[in-house]
Design a protein around this ligand. Structure first.
Ligand SMILES: Nc1ncnc2c1ncn2[C@@H]1O[C@H](COP(=O)(O)OP(=O)(O)OP(=O)(O)O)[C@@H](O)[C@H]1O
Length: 255
């Protein structure tokens, strides 16, 4: 479980995060949404330790990240998986080498053990038989699968994804969303995803945090979101006619 308490973060005079409280549970996909500039990236970067809080705390199963010893920090780093926007694969390395990278970096496993684990996760993301390919030889969706495989190869407790669907067609985006949700549930990972994709919100939003001007404006499930009368959330999420209709249909059905 990740607990964020009264998180403040700014840069100079600019206050970006203004007292955010949030709890993220294992086995759940948590989505962070909000307008551009709301502070989603700063929030995600704070969670992964790239920004130190000015005030407040972030704890990982009771361990406050700013109080880690060097050894605890090293341990925690191994418990984190990350899927970056654009996949961030090493272009000159094969799929197998990309996925093996964290194992080489953090473990003392033998080559055979590493290969066994790499093949297991590649199989899990339905990418068997791609070990020797280079990222450039893969489609965007396949690259995302490699990024997910790399993110879970260390069996993380926490998974952070920054816009995992960006640049993907809607069908592939749904496949990637479902894959992340399945893996989250299967391995009881605490997953936090930054997204602009309202399909993701509807499909996999077990918990959604809506940020506005660095504050938590609203939180709830995708179903709560269909029912909410928070005008700011409604105007943002249901700005497209299609989603407006989905909401109206839901509200009529549940009257
Ligand atoms: N390193 C930094 N130094 C100064 N200001 C920053 C820094 N990082 C972010 N900001 C500011 O913090 C605010 C929030 O930025 P952030 O990137 O978190 O927004 P966002 O919600 O992720 O937006 P988008 O959806 O466009 O990615 C912006 O005004 C941005 O200019």
């Amino acid at each position: 479980m990740i607990e964020v308490k009264n998180l403040h973060k700014g840069f100079g005079d600019v206050k970006v995060l203004k007292g955010i409280n949030a709890t993220f549970h294992p086995g759940k996909t948590n989505l962070i949404i909000g307008q551009s500039g709301a502070g989603k990236t700063v929030f995600l970067k704070s969670l992964i330790g790239l920004h130190a809080p000015e005030e407040g705390t972030i704890s990982f199963d009771g361990r406050i990240n700013t109080k880690f010893t060097i050894e605890e920090k090293r341990q925690w780093r191994q418990e984190i998986g990350m899927v970056f926007q654009g996949s961030a694969l090493f272009d000159s390395q094969t799929v197998e080498e990309n996925v093996m990278f964290p194992l080489k970096m953090f473990t003392k496993k033998s080559q055979a053990e590493m290969l066994e684990r790499v093949n297991f996760v590649l199989d899990r993301v339905n990418l068997e038989n791609s070990n020797t390919k280079l990222p450039a030889e893969l489609s965007g969706g396949m690259q995302k699968r490699v990024a997910i495989a790399r993110a879970i190869v260390m069996n993380p407790k926490y998974l952070f994804c920054d816009e995992p669907n960006s640049g993907l067609d809607p069908q592939t985006a749904t496949v990637i969303d479902n894959l992340i949700q399945e893996i989250t549930d299967e391995y009881q990972i605490t997953t936090v995803i930054n997204t602009h994709d309202m399909n993701s919100v509807m499909e996999i939003g077990e918990k959604i945090l809506f940020l506005k001007d660095g504050k938590k404006e609203w939180e709830g499930s995708s179903e709560d979101m269909l029912k909410t009368d928070n005008k700011i959330v409604v105007d943002f999420v249901y700005s497209s006619n299609l989603f407006k209709k989905v909401r109206e249909a839901y509200l009529n059905e549940t009257k």
